[in-house]
Write a protein that binds this ligand. Structure first.
Ligand SMILES: [Zn+2]
Length: 263
């Protein structure tokens, strides 16, 4: 498709919901949209000078398959409740450990300060040599600096991540419903939040989830399989450990994107 002017290009960008979200699984080119008979939107690959074997795909088919991809990160409602409770429980334990660690650092710092004060008096009283005083006091001051750095690091720790994590899981749970209700361009916004650089091959979508949705999709699929052969209580254990690990380590949003846009 040839674009003849900025206005038209801009106009099109707003209308092609999935352009830029999909690459061809045969040749890696981006799938581009085309309007047929002034009402049907198709996507096709321009790779290999137009000789790529990938067939034209209907926009509705792509939308439907993206819908299934979004469903894959949707947790069961009751399970979400259990996870929230478990994460909040572990959060309280972590917070207590954090407070205890801080108190211990402050105590170590104060002890060093007492020693520094004492050795200074010893030096004034002539009980120790200047060299001995310098050596010891320098060492203890260095130890104090180390402790201050540890305290700073601890105070910077972001304890909001558990709440953020829970909001993310709630979003994932609602995403499928949101996706169904939204028009194509809103679908695009949601998809762009959850996926990037997905592949289209032989008429099938291979979704590529952004972090941490990738882990959520894998774990949730495992959970659904386990639930089918045992119970949701048993299957829940499959979800819990990876999600717990996910919250502090992998829940780093790109700073220009915000989950608050959706929740
Ligand atoms: Zn291709």
């Amino acid at each position: 498709m040839v674009d003849k002017g900025a206005r038209r290009t801009r106009h099109q960008k707003h209308h092609w919901a999935f352009q830029g979200l999909l690459s061809c699984g045969h040749c890696g080119y981006t799938l581009v949209a085309e309007l047929k008979k002034e009402q049907y939107v198709y996507y096709h690959c321009t790779g290999n000078r137009g000789k790529c074997p990938e067939k034209y795909a209907r926009e509705a088919d792509i939308a439907e398959q993206f819908g299934s991809a979004i469903k894959a990160i949707q947790l069961d409602g009751e399970v979400l409740g259990w996870i929230k409770a478990a994460l909040k429980g572990s959060h309280e334990v972590q917070e207590r450990q954090h407070r205890e660690a801080l108190a211990s650092f402050h105590e170590q710092y104060d002890n060093l300060q007492k020693r520094l004060d004492a050795i200074y008096l010893d030096k004034l009283a002539g009980k120790i040599t200047r060299e001995f005083y310098e050596q010891r006091s320098n060492q203890w001051r260095r130890e104090q600096q180390d402790i201050l750095r540890k305290i700073e690091k601890h105070q910077d720790a972001n304890w909001a991540y558990v709440d953020e994590g829970i909001r993310l899981l709630e979003l994932a749970q609602r995403a499928a419903i949101l996706y169904e209700k939204q028009d194509m361009l809103e679908k695009r916004r949601l998809l762009n939040f959850v996926c990037s650089n997905s592949i289209w091959k032989d008429g099938k979508l291979i979704p590529n989830y952004r972090k941490p949705f990738d882990l959520l999709a894998v774990t949730n699929t495992e959970y659904q399989k386990q639930k089918a052969i045992s119970s949701s209580e048993t299957a829940f254990l499959i979800l819990l450990a990876p999600l717990r690990a996910l919250i502090p380590e992998r829940l780093a949003y790109p700073s220009n994107r915000s989950i608050h846009d959706y929740c």
